[in-house]
Design a protein around this ligand. Structure first.
Ligand code: PLP
Length: 446
């Protein structure tokens, strides 16, 4: 049965599929998309979205999906939370844009104050606002170079920091993201990301000290080391706390700034404001975006006040700190603080509990890892060899879509579980059951 565009199936918590996928309206949009949109976008499967409520998304044919991708870990408070919608509508009626880089705006100050309060470390903080994760990273690169008067940067294999040319120079997730764009920023070095499933974290520190610092770059020339405390796009890999603290101490010893890119792992997703909080990390610069404003484009680069010493005109953005986005961020922080960070911790723990024994029970599940509602399920050809199986991963995600569960991949062969932080245990159960069913189907047919 086809539903005309514009009707909402229900406020149901679970998938309701009413057409084959993709449905007729979806097929039409996909054909027009192919004609007019950039072919650089990667679409995993044919979801054509129309509306969203909480953790569900309705497509243009009236099919309802359970969303465990959250717009790539963005809609932290769920789709169209009434408090967020209300804050956006109220602010849009009052003032849509003024350019906070030229004029003052009370709510911009209010948001900066609140972010400064929750950023790790006791020293007073300052905040730079941009529009996207890559801009938060771009600002961090420029500020690190400006403040230290050093120009070398170290980042990690597998990490993703964005796609503008500066941030892309740090990104080392997939070659296709860099291919064809010519020379990137010079003076950028990469080191192995610690991955407990594949080796001891000490190897990564040893590479930094014995290879990079001895053969390629003097630490005194390094402005900053950029790290995702939980690697996101690269495979949902948490860095061990001991590793993060050791890295921090190496940075301090050498006058290198430690930049935590918490664009994906931040804003409560892991059950604390920042993934680094689980280790007691105190980065010099913190990059935030994605979940900060429940889907409105906003990013923040947060540092100690004494570090943000660039002069007027050194860096700015027309839209950065847009009033409507800032209003959405303030409402998002209220909701996260009072309900959803704790929910992410509780339901995340529950979901982990449901999935922890999968590597023991499934030949093709190598590892289940993560914190809060940032969980990676690594799919391998055979758990004894740990050979990465991207084809199995794709097949599992496609099957999940056909059952109404939206998931995304991360890295070469990991399934990323990043639902809105509003899900309840029943939805977690449904997702775990459905995902396990898909894993079993692929395992049997392999
Ligand atoms: N940093 C991290 C850790 C990310 O996960 C992403 C996006 O996935 C970015 C930076 C770039 O963010 P954006 O796509 O908003 O530019």
């Amino acid at each position: 049965m086809n539903k005309p565009m514009g009707t909402i199936v229900s406020e149901a918590k679970f998938p309701v599929l009413v057409t084959p996928l993709p449905g007729p309206n979806a097929k039409d949009v996909i054909a027009r998309d192919a004609q007019f949109l950039s072919p650089s976008y990667t679409r995993s499967y044919p979801l054509v979205a129309k509306s969203g409520r909480g953790a569900t998304v309705e497509d243009v044919d009236g099919n309802l999906f359970l969303d465990f991708a959250a717009g790539i870990a963005v809609v932290s408070t769920g789709h169209c939370h009434p408090r967020i919608v209300e804050a956006i509508q109220r602010q849009a009626a009052e003032l849509i844009h003024i350019s906070g880089t030229d004029f003052y705006l009370p709510i911009m100050v209010e948001l900066a104050e609140r972010l400064a309060t929750i950023a790790p470390g006791k020293e007073p903080k300052k905040v730079y606002f941009g529009n996207s994760g890559t801009e938060a990273v771009e600002a961090a690169i420029k500020l690190a170079r400006y403040h230290t008067r050093r120009d070398k940067i170290i980042a990690f294999h597998g990490c993703f920091h964005g796609r503008t040319l500066g941030a892309l120079s740090l990104t080392a997730s997939k070659a296709v993201q860099r291919k064809g764009f010519g020379a990137l920023l010079s003076g950028v070095f990469h080191m192995p990301y610690p991955n407990s499933y594949r080796g001891p974290w000490t190897e990564s520190i040893s590479f930094l000290e014995n290879e990079l610092f001895k053969r390629l770059v003097d630490p005194q020339e390094v402005a900053a080391i950029f790290i995702e405390p939980i690697q996101g796009e690269g495979g949902y890999v948490p860095a061990p706390a001991e590793f993060l603290l050791e890295l921090q101490s190496i940075c301090r010893k050498n006058g290198i700034l430690l930049v935590a890119d918490e664009v994906q792992s931040g804003m409560g997703r892991t059950g604390k404001w920042w993934a680094g909080d689980h280790a007691g990390l105190e980065p010099d610069i913190l990059c935030v975006a994605k979940g900060i404003a429940s889907g409105m484009p906003l990013s923040a680069t947060i540092t100690r006040a004494s570090l943000m010493d660039w002069k007027p005109g050194a860096h700015a953005s027309t839209f950065g700190g847009n009033p409507v986005c800032v209003a959405a961020a303030l409402a998002t922080m209220d909701l996260l603080e009072t309900q959803y960070i704790e929910n992410a911790r509780r339901v995340g723990e529950y979901l982990m509990g449901r999935m922890a024994d999968w590597p023991a029970r499934h030949r093709i599940v190598g590892d289940v890892r993560g914190k809060g509602l940032m969980i990676g399920v690594e799919i391998v050809r055979d758990r004894t060899t740990k050979e990465r199986a991207g084809d199995f991963r794709e097949a599992i995600i496609d099957r999940a879509f056909e059952k109404g569960l939206l998931l995304l991949g991360a890295g070469e062969n990991t399934i990323r579980i990043a639902p809105p932080l509003v899900i309840d245990e029943e939805q977690a159960d449904f997702a775990a059951r459905t995902l396990e069913e898909c894993i079993r189907e692929v395992e049997i047919s392999a």
